[in-house]
Design a protein around this ligand. Structure first.
Ligand code: BDR
Ligand code: CA
Length: 323
């Protein structure tokens, strides 16, 4: 079986934690590293949370701390109301034992992608500041990366922080614009599809039943997230933004994509809005416009149902038998 190497750039965050554990549990993926970014929490908390997630999952991967602010504007307040004060809802005992890679995220990304030239899919699921810094630091990186699969933007759908903008693009619109104008392959998994993947308690209960350690943790996290969405959409569900980006790597056939050059509005009332650009010199992005949400749910449940056995296998291969 071909195993796809990925690096996840993340601001954990409840749906980020779900996406990361999903990637850890899926044998079709090798998570080479996690790079961290502000967004749902401040970057130091995102780094602690990423280290802790890898340790909790018994997963050996690098964690590199990224930017603490956007590339041009002041930082917005983190989304504590969506993800909790420390990013994991009511869970606050997040004390990793390990430490981050000494390199800043953009240097870690440059060196790691070059060392695995043509093999790595970079999957940003937070604001795109680290990726913009990577392009500044190493413009030739576009020739070494396999592609980007980005959770962000709302091309035809309404935004979620304003009627126009999705949170990751809104938090650093200049970075999003820089990333979309670069000449590399991008699959964009925006609100056009992620808003349609709505999971109720039952989905998480099934994961918890079959995988008490990892699925149980995700189940506990989901309570805070569902409470937030209950106030927004009026039903007991949560929207699976970041897990959708991981699914787009492992199961692209459940999505429909349309090619379009994209641009981002940088100021004013519509700041952060992503729209189809008239600049035809810009490389078209593969924009996800449809997802089979039922198939997404089936895949998510099946991955989390075997998350604990994947965890045990990892521990055994590391010669550590405890669970
Ligand atoms: C995105 O914003 C964050 O709150 C989520 O983690 C996701 O990456 C959704 O707009
Ligand atoms: Ca995120």
């Amino acid at each position: 079986m071909l195993v796809q190497k990925i690096i996840i750039d993340t601001d954990p965050g409840i749906d980020d934690a779900m996406a990361i554990h999903q990637a850890f549990a899926d044998s079709r993926l090798e998570v080479v590293g996690l790079t961290t970014i502000f967004g749902n929490v401040y970057v130091d908390q995102a780094t602690r949370n990423s280290l802790w997630l890898a340790e909790h999952g018994g997963y050996k991967c690098a964690v590199a701390r990224g930017a603490e602010r956007p590339i041009s504007i002041e930082m917005n307040t983190p989304s504590f109301h969506v993800h909790g004060e420390q990013g994991f809802g009511e869970i606050t005992e997040i004390i990793p034992v390990g430490t981050a890679d000494p390199r800043p995220a953009h240097i870690y990304l440059s060196e790691t992608i070059r060392a695995n030239t043509g093999e790595i899919i970079l999957c940003p699921i937070g604001p795109l500041s680290n990726i913009a810094n990577l392009l500044d630091y190493d413009p030739e990186i576009i020739n070494h990366i396999k592609k980007l699969v980005i959770m962000g933007g709302a091309v035809h759908a309404l935004g979620n922080v304003t009627p126009y903008a999705e949170a990751n693009f809104w938090n650093d619109p200049h970075a999003a614009e820089k990333v979309l104008e670069a000449n590399w392959e991008i699959d964009l998994i925006g609100l056009d599809v992620t808003s349609n993947i709505q999971f109720s308690h039952d989905v998480f209960t099934q994961g918890a039943k079959n995988s008490p350690r990892i699925g149980g943790f995700i189940h506990d996290l989901s309570k805070f997230y569902i409470n937030f969405y209950k106030r927004v959409v009026g039903k007991s569900v949560c929207l699976m933004h970041d897990p959708a980006a991981i699914l787009a790597i492992t199961d692209p056939d459940i999505f429909t994509f349309q090619k379009a050059p994209l641009s981002v509005i940088l100021e004013g009332e519509k700041v952060g809005n992503s729209f189809v650009s008239e600049n035809l010199e810009r490389r078209p992005v593969n924009v996800a416009v449809y997802v089979d949400a039922k198939a997404a749910q089936r895949k998510f449940i099946s991955i989390f149902s075997q998350a604990d056995s994947a965890y045990k296998k990892r521990l055994n291969s590391q010669g550590n038998k405890k669970l």
